[in-house]
Design a protein around this ligand. Structure first.
Ligand SMILES: [Zn+2]
Length: 242
């Protein structure tokens, strides 16, 4: 019975193909922007974030990890009808303190692109907060150690940043760390080659758009700005998916 059911599910997945594009949202700081913020658009108010997640849930979206998307693209593993990846860059306090509870209530995982240096600061994301996110089902991916522009460093530092960040995060948190995120979206052929060689299955950029399975090492994302509010957020998603 279960076997037959599984066969049916697999057949359905195969019939529908498994190359649909998926929105990967890109968030930075989840907090009100301080008046002196140099880049206020990197700050999304916690109330806006909560409203944006409510908007998604009402539209039938369901949060998934990048690994789930990868498995769906690769072999047709099941995905919700309207999947969305909610990704956060760097590792900042509000990602756990403010975004964490919103996603937990929805039973959605987040995806954290962790800069190793963020672990050193109690005002960023100390290890206990990362562990709490992992306990909630979050996927932890690597975002280098120092957040350097990888196209500007020598081969030795490139390898330390790319491979070294994976090693550190794996050792500290015992999670797979299968995906990479380029700091400031900066990459070139040499950087991509290092990311592949370090064993990552794919990598996210700051290129705007839906993520598609064509090139897993240059996955596009949908940048969410502080100025988007809920209306601007809805417009972005609607424009991309119409
Ligand atoms: Zn970053």
């Amino acid at each position: 019975m279960l076997g037959a059911l599984l066969l049916t599910v697999t057949a359905l997945a195969a019939a529908g193909g498994h190359d649909r594009p998926v929105p990967i949202l890109m968030y930075h700081v989840i907090a009100a922007p301080p008046p002196e913020a140099a880049y206020p658009d990197l700050f999304v108010r916690p109330s806006d974030f909560a409203g944006q997640m409510r908007w998604l849930a009402k539209r039938g979206y369901r949060g998934v990890t990048l690994r789930q998307v990868y498995d769906y693209w690769r072999d047709g593993s099941a995905l919700p009808a309207r999947p969305v990846v909610v990704s956060f860059d760097d590792g900042t306090l509000g990602q756990h303190a403010k975004a964490g509870p919103v996603l937990r209530k929805l039973h959605w995982p987040g995806v954290l692109n962790l800069k190793v240096r963020a672990l050193d600061s109690p005002y960023a994301l100390p290890p206990w907060r990362v562990r709490a996110l992992i306990a909630d089902g979050w996927e932890i991916d690597a975002h280098t150690i120092t957040h350097v522009d990888l196209t500007k460093v020598g081969d030795r530092q490139l390898w330390q940043e790319v491979r070294g960040s994976r090693t550190v995060i794996r050792r500290m948190f015992h999670v797979p760390v299968d995906f990479f995120c380029y700091p400031a979206g900066r990459y070139d052929a040499r950087v991509i080659a290092a990311v592949r060689r370090a064993g990552y299955l794919g990598a996210t950029t700051t290129n705007y758009g839906l993520a598609r399975p064509g090139n897993l090492y240059v996955l596009s994302r949908v940048r969410i700005n502080g100025s988007d509010g809920i209306a601007g957020f809805a417009r972005k998603l609607d424009d991309l998916t119409r």
